[in-house]
Design a protein around this ligand. Structure first.
Ligand code: AMP
Length: 586
């Protein structure tokens, strides 16, 4: 079934696992669209682990090198420019679908690409912990369908870890802010503006239970769109045709405007200096201008905010707190929008890039029954409406088919069971067929059909004697059970929908696991050097004027690497970083 809410596990307490005598930690992972992070819960709170480049943010990008070995993270992101046919990013958007990506001579499913990111994160965690990691809590967007959640679990299996539970990203954000420690009950809005997605969720805490009440969003709105605004405004103001810029000039312009986007504040207009078609150019943009430019995007953010509040049947003034996460939530326009709509200042003190991973680590701590954490139960919602098809009568009494009749409404807390009674359209009908749909449109043709079931009707002439009760039960494991029962005869039929088309079967997972096992991920100690070469090659591609020197830097560095003299490699690495920084600054 192509659907719905989570397959989550309600138990929150479990013992840490021991593996070969060593105590293994349960890690918390934010498997993000742009970046991924990993951490654990310790005495003082959550800690995140740096990757081999020293950053806690690992770009969710994969590249296959010429020897068939995998590069993960920054090196892979740089290789998107130099080796587009061997590199990929933003595959989180394809989770739950059978879409395959060809890298070199191999094909990868989205869960395999995610598994490679997970493997790299786990290597970083194991390097920091000095012990094996075998269990994880992974965060997923609240709106992730059942198929997408199952694909995330499969990614964990393919990476060789047990996914103890999936946690909704807004719930993780709330845990990072410690909202679960507040006494009594509370309603919180989580505003998550990342690089390419915008998610709004309303969560409620009641007697130790955290529930996602409503989620809404825009899958194609994020920080990158604000950058695009600046690129086109700058080009328009200066009368530049972006098509005549060299790739290096374009890369430099985007990089400087990205910096400007992050710097613009009421006190500080951004001044951007760059080269276009060989000529030096300067462009300034102050906060007011940015606000005007950003207005259409800000308006787009209003709709999901309003929808989430409406779905949760909330009076906006009854919200206890608003928390902002995701890198782009740092923009003052975002905070202003929220303050204007809700009449209060949002909480923004936890690093918005890290909040979800920090919260996933808190949940991992709970799983490991960390005494420092009070037990909080986390529940989930069904993110889509589930219903059936009904007919309506024309004024002349003839039936018109194709109308959608919701049985379980979107954003209902799971598990849930709801029933409704239906009658056949004609007196002589001998069978009732119930079509099961998922979606939000009043006409079934616009929704997704999940399955159908029919039940024989009693052979009586009177329609009123042929009532059928249809019960939908949606459980915590993402299984929808449809039960149809003829009221007069008691005759029943049952349909269980759990197979997602496009998901891997257990046998297929085993086969993929074996196939992935022979893919080598470069060891951590090599990654720093590989990332540097990837960066140098990207700059070679982009900065035509610097090609000669870049080529000799790369050759020299490769020769030093071949010497296997660690001290010489370290020195050469430092020199290369300085040289590359200088190329980008020029
Ligand atoms: P994420 O997907 O959460 O990593 O978000 C990345 C997005 O956050 C990118 O579009 C960045 O441009 C944006 N971002 C990061 N820091 C800032 C900042 N200080 N101001 C504005 N946008 C930022």
């Amino acid at each position: 079934m192509n659907a719905m809410a989570s397959s989550c596990d309600r138990r929150t307490a479990a013992l840490s696992v021991t593996n070969g005598g060593t105590l293994s930690m349960i890690v918390g992972i934010d498997l993000g669209t742009t970046n991924s992070l990993i951490g654990v819960y310790r005495d003082q709170g959550s800690v995140l682990f740096p990757n081999s480049l020293g950053s806690v943010l690992t770009p969710s990008a994969i590249s296959l090198d010429e020897d068939g070995a995998v590069l993960v993270g920054q090196a892979a992101r740089d290789r998107l420019v130099t080796h587009p046919g061997r590199s990929v990013a933003t595959f989180k958007r394809w989770m739950g679908s059978p879409r395959e990506t060809t890298l070199g001579a191999r094909k990868f499913r989205p869960e395999e690409l995610s598994a490679l990111v997970l493997r790299s994160l786990i290597m970083d965690a194991e390097a920091a912990l000095g012990s094996k990691v075998v269990e994880a809590v992974i965060s997923v967007p609240a709106y992730f369908s059942d198929a997408q959640r199952k694909a995330t679990r499969t990614a964990g299996t393919l990476a060789g870890i047990k996914v103890e539970r999936l946690i909704n990203e807004p719930t993780a954000a709330a845990l990072a802010y410690g909202l679960q420690k507040r006494t009594g009950s509370g309603k919180f809005l989580v505003f998550d503006l990342g690089g390419g997605t915008f998610d709004v969720s309303i969560i409620e805490l009641f007697e130790g239970v955290v529930e996602v009440h409503a989620s809404a969003g825009d899958n194609f709105l994020g920080g990158e769109d604000f950058l695009e605004l600046l690129v086109s405004a700058c080009a328009k103001d200066l009368g530049l045709d972006l098509a005549v810029l060299t790739p290096g000039e374009l890369a430099q312009l985007r990089q400087r405007l990205e910096r400007a986007k992050r710097e613009i504040s009421p006190a500080r207009p951004a001044r951007v200096v760059f080269t276009a078609a060989g000529t030096a150019q300067t462009w300034t943009c102050d906060e007011d201008r940015f606000a005007v430019l950003a207005e259409p995007l800000v308006q787009r953010m209003r709709a999901p905010l309003e929808r989430a509040v409406r779905d949760a049947k909330l009076d906006p003034s009854s919200l206890d707190e608003i928390v902002m996460v995701g890198g782009a939530s740092r923009m003052p326009v975002a905070a202003r929008l929220v303050a204007g709509m809700f009449g209060r200042l949002p909480l923004r003190h936890v690093n918005p890039d890290e909040a979800i991973a920090l919260g996933a680590a808190v949940a991992a701590g709970m799983k490991a029954r960390d005494a420092r954490l009070d037990e909080v139960i986390l529940t989930d919602v069904c993110p889509y409406t589930l219903g059936t098809e009904v007919a309506k009568r024309n004024p002349d009494g003839t039936p018109r088919f194709g109308f959608y009749h919701p049985i379980i409404q979107r954003n209902s807390a799971v598990p849930i069971s709801r029933e409704d009674t239906f009658w056949p359209t004609t007196d002589d009908q001998t069978e009732m067929s119930v079509d099961v749909y998922q979606g939000e449109h009043p006409m079934v043709a616009k929704n997704i059909k999940l399955g159908e079931i029919s039940v024989p009707l009693p052979k009586v002439k009177d329609r009123a004697q042929k009532g059928v009760t249809v019960r939908f039960t949606y459980d915590i494991n993402g299984i929808l059970q449809v039960n149809v029962k003829v009221d007069t005869t008691g005759e029943q039929r049952e349909l269980v929908l759990q197979q997602n088309p496009g998901l891997l079967t257990n046998e297929e997972i085993k086969a993929r696991l074996a196939a992935l096992a022979d893919i080598k991920v470069h060891p951590r100690e090599k990654q720093e050097n590989l990332a540097l070469i990837a960066r140098a090659e990207r700059l070679y591609e982009e900065y035509l004027d610097a090609r000669d020197s870049l080529q000799s830097y790369i050759l020299t560095f490769r020769a030093v690497l071949d010497s296997q003299d660690d001290r010489a490699v370290a020195r050469s690495r430092r020199e290369l970083i300085e040289a590359l920084d200088a190329v980008e600054r020029a």
